[in-house]
Write a protein that binds this ligand. Structure first.
Ligand code: HPA
Length: 273
């Protein structure tokens, strides 16, 4: 079936479940699921019931698509995501973004858990992405990366607004360069050294494909990471997935506030320019 017909089947189904136009798209990564409570939930549909939609298989990802509202703004929330390492290809990862676009999403905010590489970062810090690095290579990215060559990807005004809001709350978000690694295993010490030498401030296993897909669809994009662990370079260093999830979960209240305030600011036309 051609892709546009698949997309029509998906959106027709979601319309029957109460979905309608939305200006904002929000992807909640590992441990961020509770942030969905910040929107008034009008419809919650598990991914596995949505025709042609990829399902989350990983811990910390609830796997619900939510249509909701907040302060007059309509939002489509992905409560949980899918990753390359779950066996999905880039086009399947991009599919939910195409669905969001069909519902009119213009502004995409993507969240993730990330390992801190910058020695100034502490566990629990939040980081807004300035740029990304994906050392995996363009071939794998396929047509997703085409047309975004040299594109800054991350909207300056959205990032600056995150910073301003967080300053008002007395805990400024960090800003930095996000590296994408395929996972699912955490990086080796040699990979961590490599990423640090490339100038990356944090590393994640998601986000970059979704941001590229969003950009290709003409969305303004922002990404917010919760630094769930910091790579100090010590020999015995290990990362535990349970700790990653629980660290992000304990930041969820703060993240929700930031996300809600950003949506309000942008929707009222008061975001930084
Ligand atoms: N590396 C990659 N992805 C991650 C990490 C990490 O250290 N922490 C949370 N997500």
């Amino acid at each position: 079936m051609p892709r546009h017909e698949l997309l029509s089947e998906t959106t027709d189904f979601l319309i029957t479940r109460g979905f309608s136009t939305a200006r904002f798209g929000l992807i909640l990564g590992t441990g961020f699921g509770a942030c969905a409570q910040a929107v008034e939930q009008k419809s919650v549909v598990p991914y596995r019931f949505i025709p042609h939609f990829p399902s989350s298989t990983v811990k910390g990802h609830e796997g619900n698509l939510i249509y909701g509202g907040r302060d007059e703004a309509s939002v489509i929330v992905m409560q949980g995501r899918v990753h390359l390492y779950e066996g999905y290809d880039i086009r399947q990862i991009a599919y939910p973004l195409e669905v969001m676009r069909r519902f009119g999403v213009e502004v995409l905010i993507v969240t993730n858990a990330a390992g801190g590489l910058n020695p100034r970062f502490e566990t629990g810090d939040l980081m807004a992405t300035r740029h990304h690095i994906h050392p995996i290579g363009l071939k794998l990215m396929g047509d997703l990366a085409a047309g975004t060559d040299g594109d800054p990807c991350y909207d300056d005004a959205l990032r600056e607004s995150f910073l301003q809001i967080s300053i008002q709350e007395n805990k400024p978000v960090q800003q930095g360069i996000l590296a994408w690694m395929p996972g699912p295993s955490f990086e080796t010490r040699a990979e961590i050294s490599l990423l640090k030498s490339l100038g990356a401030d944090a590393v994640t296993m998601s986000t970059v494909p979704e941001v590229l897909a969003g950009r290709r669809l003409g969305m303004r994009t922002a990404a917010l990471s919760c630094i769930s662990n910091v790579w100090t370079g010590r020999k015995e260093e290990t990362v535990d997935t349970e700790d990653v999830v629980s660290t992000v979960e304990s930041s969820a209240g703060r993240c929700s506030d930031l996300l809600v305030r950003l949506i309000r600011l942008v929707h009222q036309g008061n975001a930084c320019t």
